[in-house]
Design a protein around this ligand. Sequence first.
Ligand SMILES: N[C@@H](CCC(=O)N[C@@H](CS)C(=O)NCC(=O)O)C(=O)O
Length: 207
Amino acid sequence: MTTYKLQYFDGRGRGEVIRMLLSLGGKKFEDVRYSMAQWGDVKKDLPLAQLPILYVDGKPLCDSSAISSYLAREFGYYGSNNWEAALIDQVVGVIIDLWTPLVMTIFLPDEAAQLAKQKEIFDGKAHGFLKFLEDALCKNKEGDGFFVGDKISLADLNFHTSWETLQNLKYTEKNLDKYPKLAALQARLSADKDLSGYLAARPKHNV
Ligand SMILES: N[C@@H](CCC(=O)N[C@@H](CS)C(=O)NCC(=O)O)C(=O)O
C-alpha cells in the first residue's frame, strides 16, 4: 500500500488542497504540521527551504501545484480529457494569482495596513479574477454545478480553500456578495457528501 506523508505548516495555506485530495482519495496520511517556532530547525534540511513537501512511499515531491496535480490525476479529480484538464489548470492558475497577494497581507504589521492593502488588491486585479471565475463557473451548467465537468475537480478544491480565506480577511469578507454563483458553489462543496466529513473533522484555521 502506498504511504503518504505531508510536511506543512499548521494552517490551510498551500497544504489544504493536498489534504483534501488525500482525504477524497480515501488515503490515510501522516499530516505533519509545523509551528513557526519549529520552522528555523526544519527549514535547513529541506530541498527548497519551503513547504509543502509530500513523501510518496518515502520519495519527496515539492511544490504545492505539482503535488496537487499529481494527486488529482491519481485519484480522478483532473477532468475526463486533456481540454478539461486545461480548463481546470486555468481556474487553478487564476485562483493562485488571486489568493497569493491577498493572503500575504496577513503578514503586514497592523490591521489598518492589512485593510488598506486588501482593498487595493481586491478592488484592482482581484475583482477581475473573481469575475472571471464566476463567468467560468457559469459556462458549465449555468453555474449550478462545478467549474469543469459533472463532479468535483482540483479546480473546485482550490476554489473552496481560497474562498474560505477571502471569507476570513477583513476587507474581502464584506465584498463577496457580488459573486452569488461562487458563494453558492462554496456552500455546495461544503455540503458535499464526500468532502463534508473531512471539512468537519480538520483543525480550524483562518488561512
Ligand atoms: N511555489 C511553492 C511556494 C512554497 C511557499 O512559498 N511556501 C511557503 C509556505 S506557504 C513557505 O515555505 N514559506 C516559508 C519560507 O519561505 O521561509 C509551492 O507552491 O509549494
